[in-house]
Design a protein around this ligand. Structure first.
Ligand code: GLY
Ligand code: MN
Ligand code: MN
Length: 438
């Protein structure tokens, strides 16, 4: 048995235990999970890209399988109702095979409605899925207590899940290397994006989120959504936030580059040092919100040291000045979804852990424990809209506006790694993947 197969068997045991506990809490006997359905554009016959229910792909590495179902009954072999239509317009899913298949009682259906007869009594079941997945008498109810329990525990990855995330990271860094090389030859954003796809072997729909490929000022647009086909006259700086997908698990990686040595290159280097120190804090028992606040203090130190803001770091953080240059959270849970669920959840029963006051964009406030996979993504940006407010506010005189104006054409920078909390030294999936590439 390969190590992946063995890890998968252990992963299924964990999911079985979690399901049994969730069902006991709900007083039901079966867990039904719909993979999902294809949805169509308004007044059109073209479907949107299919996205599998994350609860479904938690059990199986099947991403392109609408109208399939899982039926889990504690103590029994899980049943997979596998939709494989007779369709000559599209390529149907292949016959089920792979390291996962032997663990399921697999029933093939040719028509979505055939699933109904192969599922256990829906009155005794919890049914997870989108409303559109409903069959006659099988209507997703998504009970809150069950979702809370499963989502809370999804924060703790099994060793199998971490194996898949390592592979997603390996794939993404191939793209990052190619993207940097394309930037250095003066390529357009679109050309860089294509180089990324080529190197990863992904198409746009395979990506776990739309690539952010920003040259120059576009690096200051946090979720810049276009890829310009125009080569800029001068490509001074480059920010790329791009991931990859492996068996339904995401990588989420950002790198930033300067063409030439100088102030912006120095900032990239300084933030890289900050980012490494923050990654080292991804340890058992650490409050993630504390890492976010420490990021503010350290980035404020960079702003002070570089002469951009003449304030002590503590004052910069307290007065909200650091948030002008770092206006997002330091990271989030990652896994089946790039922004994975339950970032604020207090207990398996629910409840919410507040964000620190003044930090509305933080997405994770839980205490870290082994198995949690998070991103660490500090940055410094020169965002005209936020700088205009600072320019007209109480702290304007503390800012070296000449330096800011010099840096505005470089946009901004962010450095983002995916890091797994362990019982000891954190596992940096991203830096390890770059190291494997060398
Ligand atoms: N790629 C989106 C993010 O970093 O959260
Ligand atoms: Mn991220
Ligand atoms: Mn990202």
């Amino acid at each position: 048995m390969s190590s992946l197969s063995a890890a998968y068997a252990a992963h299924l045991d964990t999911l079985q235990q979690r399901s049994a506990e969730a069902l006991a809490r709900a007083g039901r006997d079966h867990l039904l999970i719909a993979s999902g359905v294809e949805k169509y554009h308004f007044l059109d016959d073209r479907p949107y890209p299919f996205q599998a229910n994350p609860h479904f792909k938690h059990w199986l590495p099947l991403l392109h399988h609408p109208h399939s179902w899982l039926a889990i009954t504690p103590g029994a072999r899980p049943r997979l109702v596998y939709f494989q239509p007779d369709d000559y317009w599209h390529l149907p899913p292949e016959a089920p095979s792979g390291y996962w298949a032997e663990h399921f009682d697999i029933r093939i259906i040719r028509d979505p409605a055939e699933a109904r007869a192969l599922l256990p009594d829906p009155a005794r079941a919890v049914i997870l899925g989108e409303a559109d997945a409903a069959l006659d008498g099988v209507v997703p109810d998504n009970p809150d207590a069950v979702l809370q329990y499963l989502h809370f525990h999804r924060g703790y990855k099994t060793p199998y899940e971490v194996m898949l995330m390592r592979q997603a990271s390996d794939r993404a860094v191939l793209g990052h290397r190619a993207a940097e090389a394309a930037f250095r030859t003066g390529a357009s954003e679109l050309e860089i994006h294509r180089a990324y796809l080529e190197a990863t072997g992904h198409n746009d729909l395979d990506l776990p989120y739309g690539n952010i490929v920003g040259l120059n000022e576009h690096g200051a647009v946090l979720h810049y959504q276009y890829q310009s086909p125009q080569r800029p006259e001068t490509a001074r700086s480059f920010l790329i936030d791009a991931g990859a997908n492996h068996a339904g698990y995401a990588a989420d990686i950002t790198r930033s580059y300067a063409r030439d040595a100088g102030r912006f290159a120095d900032l990239v280097q300084a933030v890289d040092g900050v980012q490494r120190a923050l990654c080292d804090q991804v340890r058992d028992g650490v409050d993630y919100a504390a890492i976010h606040l420490d990021a503010h203090h350290r980035l404020a130190g960079v702003l002070q040291h570089s002469g951009i803001v003449r304030m002590a770091p503590e004052a910069m953080v307290e007065q909200g000045v650091s948030s002008v240059f770092f206006p997002h959270g330091v990271g989030h849970l990652i896994g089946l979804q790039v922004h994975d669920v339950a970032g604020f959840q207090a207990t398996p029963e629910g409840g919410s852990i507040d964000k620190p006051a003044g930090h509305p964009f933080l997405r994770l406030t839980r205490t870290l424990a082994p198995g949690m996979a998070v991103t660490i993504e500090p940055g410094i940006y020169f965002i005209p809209m936020l700088l205009d407010r600072l320019r007209s506010g109480a702290h304007a005189a503390k800012v070296d506006w000449g330096l800011v104006d010099e840096l505005l054409p470089f946009g901004g920078l962010r450095i983002e790694d995916d890091v797994v909390c362990t019982g000891g030294v954190p596992e940096n999936l991203t830096r390890d993947a770059f190291a494997r590439l060398n």
